[in-house]
Design a protein around this ligand. Structure first.
Ligand SMILES: [Zn+2]
Length: 262
């Protein structure tokens, strides 16, 4: 499902979420478009307006938003209301320190991470209802954050074979040239042989590697949806770190459980 705000949206019972697109923008201006981050020098009023539009379109304007101080690690934090005290205030709501993945089984809480080329992974357990959002750049991918996310949700009662995943817009294998240190870090991952190209210039398929890591963690292949959208070369405009050379805006992955009426 796509529209003017969203590159992809989840279509899972009981939850709302997706990854927003960059939308109409001026290509020469790195912050132009639907930037979701307050931390990169954008006008706070503009960011607030964008975030209100995105949350409003999910019927989630009033939900507490939980973000993370993303450090390209593989730590996944479990967010419950009792643990709110451990979170730190940030302009968007509350933030979990040194975290690249958030999971929760609490309704009415919006999990939200920021991206520009790295892989957004949205996870869903239908019964019990649990959601997770993960940020997987090359370090997170090498650290198998996808498997860490599945583990964190399993600790809350999710059964991996019943889980579903959406791998959102990210830099594609053809656009993602890497050095030997990246290849070396990926060697041990399931499917590394088929997702890492050989030759003078090496390309790594980060979305593909994360898909295989989810399969190795117990998800069925058919339960993993790939957006197929590249942040660098795709037809849907997204923020791209590599394309802008830094200083660019960030699109967001959002996911939360709808409160049950009454
Ligand atoms: Zn591409």
């Amino acid at each position: 499902m796509t529209d003017e705000l969203w590159a992809v949206r989840v279509d899972w019972p009981g939850v709302v979420g997706g990854v927003n697109r960059r939308g109409t923008h001026e290509p020469s201006e790195p912050l132009s478009g639907l930037n979701t981050s307050y931390l990169i020098g954008d006008e706070p009023e503009r960011v607030a307006h964008t975030r209100r539009r995105l949350l409003g379109s999910l019927d989630a304007e009033t939900w507490p938003v939980i973000r993370a101080h993303q450090v390209h690690g593989n730590h996944v934090a479990t967010i419950d209301r009792a643990g709110f005290d451990a979170l730190r205030p940030c302009p968007s709501g509350l933030s979990s320190p040194h975290t690249d993945g958030l999971v929760t089984c609490e309704p009415g809480i919006m999990l939200n991470l920021a991206f520009a080329d790295c892989v957004p992974i949205l996870l869903y357990s239908p019964d019990p209802l649990i959601v997770g959002v993960l940020h997987a750049g090359w370090r997170g991918t090498a650290g198998a954050i996808a498997a860490q996310g599945v583990r964190a949700m399993a600790a809350l009662g999710a059964r991996p074979a019943q889980m579903r995943a959406l791998i959102g817009p990210a830099i594609c294998g053809e656009c993602y040239e890497v050095g030997p240190e990246v290849v070396e870090a990926m060697r041990a991952l399931p499917g590394a042989a088929t997702t890492i190209g050989e030759g003078c210039v090496t390309h790594v398929d980060l979305p593909g590697l994360n898909r295989l890591t989810l399969v190795a963690a117990g998800l069925s292949e058919s339960s993993i949806e790939m957006s197929g959208l590249c942040t660098y070369c795709g037809e849907v405009a997204m923020f791209s770190y590599r394309k802008s050379g830094g200083g660019q805006g960030l699109h967001g992955a959002f996911l939360g459980i709808r409160p049950t009426p009454g």
